[in-house]
Design a protein around this ligand. Structure first.
Ligand code: C2E
Ligand code: MG
Ligand code: MG
Ligand code: MG
Length: 300
C-alpha cells in the first residue's frame, strides 16, 4: 500500500509527493508511539478482559462467553482492539498478550465454575501468529493444567485465513492435537475470509461464527439473508453448531431462530462486560431483554 501511495504521489507532482510522505511519516510515528505504550501496558498489566454472553436461541440459556481484550491507556485513552491487535500482530507482541489472554480467561472461567455460575464454555480469540509460531498445543495444555479449567470448557476462535495458511499439513496436525486436549474449535468471522468447503470437511471444527457483516442487514438485504441461510444449512449438514455475531434487534433474532441457527451473541442480549458485571448479570437470572425462548420454539 505504501508503494501505491508513493507511485500515485509521484505521478501527480512534487507537492503531492511531499504531502503523502508527511502523512505516511505521521502514521508511522503514531504507530510507533502506540506500540511503545502497548509494550508498557503489557508490563504494567493495563490490559483487561471483558466478557460477552453467547445465548442458545431456542431456550434463551447462556451457553458461553467470549473473552474480549480491552486497553485503557493512561496516555491514549481507550484504544479499541481493531486498532491495537493488528499492531500487536505485526510486532510479535501478540505472543505474550495472547498467552496472558488465554491464562486470564481460563482462570476466570475456573473461578466462575467454582462459584457455581453456569457457563458452559469460555471462548478465546487466537491470532494467526500465536497459532503458527511456537507450540500452541503445549501452551494451551500448560495453561489448562495451571488454571485447572476442564478442557471441554474452552473454545478457541480461529479465523479462516489462519486455517488456510497451510502449506504442509501442519495446521491440520495442530488442530488435531488441540482437539485431543478435549477443547472445541470455532471459526470466527465465518464467510469473510477464504471460505473453502474442503477445509471445513478436513479440519476438526465444532462451530461456525457467522460474521456480523451478514447479520447486520438481514431484514433489508435479501443477499445477506441468503448467505446466513446458507451458512446455517451448511452447519446442519456438516454437523457444526452455528453462532450469529452482532445480534442487535428482535427482527434478526426471529430470523435466526426460524432458520435454526443455534446460538447468538450481540448487544440485544448484552454488551461485553467486565468480569464482575458479567457475573452479576449471569447470577441475576434470565434477564435477557429479548426473552428469545418465548418466540422461538426449540429446534429439532
Ligand atoms: P471478534 O472476535 O469477531 O469479536 C466480536 C466483536 O464484535 C467484538 O468487538 C464485540 O464487542 C463486537 N460485538 C459484539 N456484539 C455486537 C453487536 O451486537 N453489534 C456490534 N456492532 N458489535 C458487536 P471488539 O471487542 O471491538 O473486538 C474486535 C476484534 O478484535 C475481535 O473480533 C477479535 O478479532 C479481536 N480481538 C478482541 N480480543 C482479542 C484477543 O484477546 N485476542 C485476539 N487475537 N484478538 C482479539
Ligand atoms: Mg471472536
Ligand atoms: Mg467474530
Ligand atoms: Mg468480527
Amino acid at each position: 500500500r505504501a508503494d501505491t501511495a508513493m507511485y500515485q504521489a509521484k505521478a501527480s507532482g512534487r507537492n503531492t509527493f511531499r504531502f503523502f510522505t508527511a502523512q505516511m511519516n505521521a502514521d508511522a510515528h503514531e504507530r510507533l508511539v502506540m506500540l511503545s505504550h502497548l509494550r508498557q501496558a503489557v508490563q504494567r498489566g493495563e490490559l483487561e478482559l471483558h466478557y460477552q454472553p453467547q445465548v442458545e436461541l431456542a431456550t434463551g440459556r447462556v451457553v458461553g462467553a467470549e473473552a474480549l481484550l480491552r486497553w485503557q491507556c493512561a496516555e491514549l485513552g481507550s484504544v479499541p482492539p481493531a486498532r491495537f491487535i493488528p499492531l500487536a500482530e505485526e510486532s510479535g507482541l501478540i505472543i505474550p498478550i495472547g498467552e496472558w489472554v488465554l491464562r486470564e480467561a481460563c482462570r476466570q472461567a475456573r473461578a466462575w465454575y467454582d462459584q457455581g455460575l453456569e457457563l458452559a464454555v469460555m471462548a478465546v480469540n487466537v491470532s494467526a501468529l500465536q497459532f503458527h509460531r511456537g507450540d500452541p498445543v503445549e501452551m494451551v495444555g500448560r495453561i489448562l493444567r495451571e488454571t485447572g479449567l476442564p478442557a471441554e470448557c474452552l473454545e478457541l476462535e480461529l479465523t479462516e485465513s489462519l486455517l488456510v495458511q497451510d502449506g504442509s499439513g501442519t495446521t491440520l496436525n495442530t488442530l488435531r492435537r488441540l482437539k485431543a486436549l478435549g477443547l472445541r474449535i470455532a471459526i470466527d468471522d465465518f464467510g469473510t475470509g477464504y471460505s473453502s468447503l474442503a477445509y471445513l470437511r478436513r479440519f476438526p471444527i465444532d462451530k461456525l461464527k457467522i460474521d456480523r457483516a451478514f447479520v447486520r442487514d438481514l431484514a433489508s438485504d435479501p443477499e445477506d439473508a441468503a448467505i446466513v441461510n446458507l451458512i446455517v444449512d451448511l452447519g446442519r449438514i456438516l454437523k457444526l453448531k452455528t453462532v450469529a455475531e452482532g445480534v442487535e434487534d428482535h427482527g434478526q433474532l426471529a430470523f435466526l431462530c426460524e432458520r435454526g441457527c443455534n446460538d447468538g451473541q450481540g448487544y440485544l442480549f448484552a454488551r461485553p462486560m467486565p468480569a464482575a458485571a458479567f457475573a452479576a448479570w449471569l447470577g441475576s437470572g434470565p434477564l435477557l431483554p429479548g426473552q428469545p425462548g418465548q418466540d422461538c420454539p426449540p429446534h429439532a
